[in-house]
Design a protein around this ligand. Sequence first.
Ligand code: GDP
Length: 288
Amino acid sequence: MTIQWFPGHMTKARRQIQEKLKLIDLVIELIDARLPQSSRNPMIDEILQGKPRIVVMNKADLADPEVTKQWIAEFKEQGLTALPLDAATGTGVKDLPVQARLLMKDKIDKQLAKGIKNPRPIRALIVGIPNVGKSTLINRLAGRNIAATGDRPGVTKGQQWIKVGTEMELLDTPGILWPKFEDQNVGYRLAVTGAIKEEILNVEEVAFYAVKYLVQYYWEPFADRFELKEKPEELEEPDQIVAVMEAVGRKRGCLMGGGRVDLEKASRTILRELRAGKMGRYSMEAPY
Ligand code: GDP
């Protein structure tokens, strides 16, 4: 479900998270590894009020591993620990409690020094934009199905702590944040990756944006997938990009009467296969 974010929703979402901050030691900020800028909330630093935080780059299985490495270094420069993982299969998930402990080490050591033998588990809250994988990660950490997938910022229910091993506890309801919307590129990127529904924008325009990007940065896997022969020479020529979309449409049998390509169908096909990782791993934002 896609949320329409209005100022009132944003204020409410922010207030809900800040209420929860009082209960926890650490925030797990979930972002999409393919879109480390656009999938981050623009006010995150302000909202979290200096709470210790781990940035989790989810869906790392779909992202370009080289670019993900660059992002980890970039976050490190900013003083943030970033952890790539794949909540859907669980790859990397076991590192999360380990990193949480490392981040809270000083606090735990202080408790031990005070003679507290069994410091209580680290309490954590997952926050992130819709569709970034919050529910998937909560279920994965819990080892069972807790969180319903899908988001409703207005709906609250009784909160519970989920035990993650013996040293961490997680609030069962994540904090839902809005993405960056400030420019059109951001909207397109979020739509390409499926973070927002492409119907909000025009599906052909979203696919056009994706194809242009793939032609520029990931031509080989893209061309392999659809057996495309000729790489467009002029990226700024819309006709050349549309020609690629038509070639994909023909390959996939997206045709209308008279043998013309059904560009809308071709667009949906491109986006579906891209999101499913069929064209290989790609990132849409690099840290430079
Ligand atoms: P939420 O809205 O933040 O709670 O997101 P969900 O947990 O509902 O996940 C949104 C979609 O992303 C679902 O279709 C998940 O299966 C998928 N997903 C979540 N984590 C991953 C991941 O690490 N890799 C991949 N490929 N898909 C993921």
